[in-house]
Design a protein around this ligand. Structure first.
Ligand SMILES: [Zn+2]
Length: 332
């Protein structure tokens, strides 16, 4: 009898409590389950804070995932279009920024991977573009590498389109200038070895422009020629692992050559040849910065020669090289 009475009192108390709670939360009396659903829904809608799912980090503001760049507390963070927190080097609205690998915090006023980030959190990569050859050819000979007794021609006249008769130096300058415009738009600082075809530049002169600018990437633009009209496609050239002049740059030169060739082929759809590792290129040997030389296609192939003069194809060439440079630079 005593137990039953206690039981009844407990339940009566519970009901009273729930009723009171409901009244307080809703302002008027409704069923307790309805109130519970309503409050948890609006709590979801109002949720603000970090969530981790599947190893990915998200930030919610009033129940919505953030995308893009935001200041949260003391730091800036960036979230991709799916709301995933970004890390490492990224180009955000055409500015290069670094976000901590673990924390995702944007770095400001410091040096990361030897790259200076300014007070606005921006790093400006320097790219030197070298449109191969010129209408005025540098005459004479120069050493194959620093300290080398082997001499090579300072420059050559380059090749010419078998069908269009456009000279290689015109094509390389054309692509070089378009590439400069695109890269500048994307937050790069661009230095050209030449902007017209009335200058004579040796391969060492060209490399020195890149060295002086302390380029993050030095891109040499060329087009190929062959005895066979059937040869087509693109390749990149870099120094070998055993290059006596630029040993420490091998890994970077190879990575840059790989990224540029892969992206170029992906954008243009041209045939992928290979990365030619060679120590016979004066311009590569004298370069103290990461360097690649791209042969963008064969001017000896009538089809490829015509294609490389089409504005729509040139756009793909330019986008491909730009994407490759960016892939190399952000892959740290
Ligand atoms: Zn060439």
């Amino acid at each position: 009898m005593k137990n039953k009475k206690n039981y009844f009192i407990k339940w009566a108390f519970c009901f009273l409590l729930v009723g009171l709670l409901s009244f307080c939360l809703s302002g008027s009396f409704t069923g307790s389950s309805e109130v519970q659903a309503a409050t948890s829904n609006s709590a979801n809608k109002r949720f603000t804070g970090w969530k981790t799912s599947g190893g990915k980090k998200y930030y919610y503001k009033n129940g919505k995932k953030l995308t893009d760049l935001h200041k949260i507390g003391k730091y800036y963070y960036c979230f991709d279009s799916n709301g995933v927190m970004m890390t490492g080097w990224n180009r955000i609205h055409n500015r290069f920024r670094y976000f901590g690998k673990q924390t995702g915090r944007m770095r400001i006023s410091q040096t990361v991977n030897g790259r200076k980030i300014n007070s606005k959190g921006v790093w400006t990569p320097v790219v030197v573009l070298d449109p191969g050859h010129s209408a005025v050819v540098a005459s004479g000979y120069e050493p194959l590498g620093p300290g080398s007794s082997e001499l090579k021609e300072k420059d050559t006249s380059g090749t010419e389109g078998v069908a269009t008769h456009v000279e290689e130096y015109k094509l390389t300058l054309d692509i070089g200038l378009q590439l400069r415009t695109l890269l500048q738009k994307r937050g790069f600082k661009v230095v050209m070895t030449r902007t017209n075809s009335n200058v004579a530049l040796s391969c060492i002169d060209r490399a020195n422009v890149a060295n002086k600018a302390k380029a993050d990437a030095y891109i040499r633009l060329h087009a190929n020629g062959s005895d066979s009209p059937y040869d087509n496609g693109a390749m990149t050239l870099c120094t070998t692992r055993n290059n006596p002049y630029t040993t420490s740059l091998y890994r970077k030169n190879k990575a840059l050559s790989e990224a540029v060739l892969d992206s170029y082929v992906a954008f243009t759809g041209c045939r992928k040849e290979y990365i030619w590792e060679t120590d016979t290129m004066t311009g590569n040997n004298w370069s103290k910065v990461p360097t690649t030389l791209i042969e963008m296609g064969y001017m000896s192939s009538p089809t490829e020669d015509y294609r490389m003069q089409q504005p729509s194809y040139q756009k793909k060439m330019v986008w491909g090289i730009a994407a490759g440079i960016e892939k190399y630079l952000t892959n740290f």
